[in-house]
Design a protein around this ligand. Structure first.
Ligand code: AMP
Ligand code: MN
Ligand code: MN
Ligand code: MN
Length: 285
């Protein structure tokens, strides 16, 4: 399969913090010309069967997917897994553990928002969570827009939900080693999600890529909704330097909130190995 395949290997449904069902996403992706799709809900596989079935019904190729929350040198990093066996016991148990802390964290976020006069945030956020185990900052953001604290969710993240802001609660997620190991032992490929988003120094980024490779990671998102055109080139170069395959995904969450539509990003830059070439045996349909 060539690098100009319309692959979208990163998006979210109501099973995590998206607003569309797996079936609605499949239909939308197909309508936008996506040829190979993956649903990558945060820390969850609950939508995988539905996504695969919906893709099959539409004649669209599918790879299993998830986006694992990881703590690396004190910061949150996301690792996408693609093409794994969704019934793998160690992966499933790892994800149960990873999402296990979300309820407590959400309570602490609500307590901290209450201190600045925003009440009822836990219940308010929960209302937006299709899957209560996956209560996330995105659901708090929707609640804060609802009560008029901000005009949109981007503003909420800027003013409330990021490090140093009143609604932010530090949290410890999975280790990089565990996340990469769960994915690869389940037959999948681990991919560093949206690397430009982390605000790492050059040394920190070098450490991330080096340790990721050491643990068996094989891919990096080059073309994603979170990158600028210049960043496509930066991470294409990183992919070549670290001999990683390149992935492409919109990170679509919602028709109202996402800047990037499914299947509409530019193709991967040349002279890279597309991640789907490592996964030909794992593609369904
Ligand atoms: P959590 O896993 O609960 O920490 O929530 C992380 C999610 O919040 C990400 O997956 C994004 O969907 C969303 N998010 C993070 N930062 C931003 C931002 N600056 N603007 C909008 N959404 C964001
Ligand atoms: Mn998200
Ligand atoms: Mn992410
Ligand atoms: Mn994502």
């Amino acid at each position: 399969m060539s690098s100009i395949l319309n692959a979208d290997l990163h998006c979210h449904s109501v099973v995590s913090d998206g607003t569309l069902t797996p079936e609605e996403l499949a239909l939308r992706a197909h309508g936008k010309g996506v040829e190979l799709w993956s649903l990558t809900d945060h820390d969850e596989l609950g939508g995988q069967q539905r996504a695969a079935a919906a893709a099959r019904a539409l004649g669209m190729k599918y790879l299993t997917g998830t986006e694992i929350s990881v703590t690396f040198i004190g910061k949150t990093v996301h690792i996408v897994g693609l093409g794994f066996d969704a019934n793998d016991a160690a992966l499933r148990e790892g994800l149960v553990q990873t999402r296990g802390g979300r309820g407590q964290r959400a309570q602490e976020m609500a307590a901290s928002l209450a201190q600045i006069g925003i009440r009822g945030a836990y219940e308010g956020a929960l209302k937006y969570a299709g899957n209560h185990e996956l209560i996330s900052r995105t659901h708090f953001a929707r609640f804060l827009v609802e009560v008029g604290a901000c005009k949109d969710t981007n503003e909420v993240f800027r003013k409330y939900l990021t490090e140093g802001k009143p609604g932010f609660v530090a949290h410890r997620w999975a280790s990089l080693k565990d996340a990469v190991t769960w994915i690869t032992q389940a037959g999948g490929v681990a991919v560093i999600a949206h690397p430009a988003r982390y605000g790492f120094t050059a040394n920190e980024e070098y450490a991330l890529f080096t340790e990721f490779k050491l643990h068996g990671g094989q891919g990096v998102e080059v073309v994603t909704g979170s990158h600028t055109a210049a960043e496509y080139q930066t991470y294409a170069n990183m992919a070549r330097e670290f001999e990683l395959a390149a992935s492409r995904g919109s990170d679509f969450h919602s028709p109202n909130e996402s800047h990037t539509e499914l299947g509409t990003l530019p193709h991967l830059p040349g002279n890279l190995t597309p991640v789907w070439e490592l996964l030909t045996e794992r593609i369904q349909g």
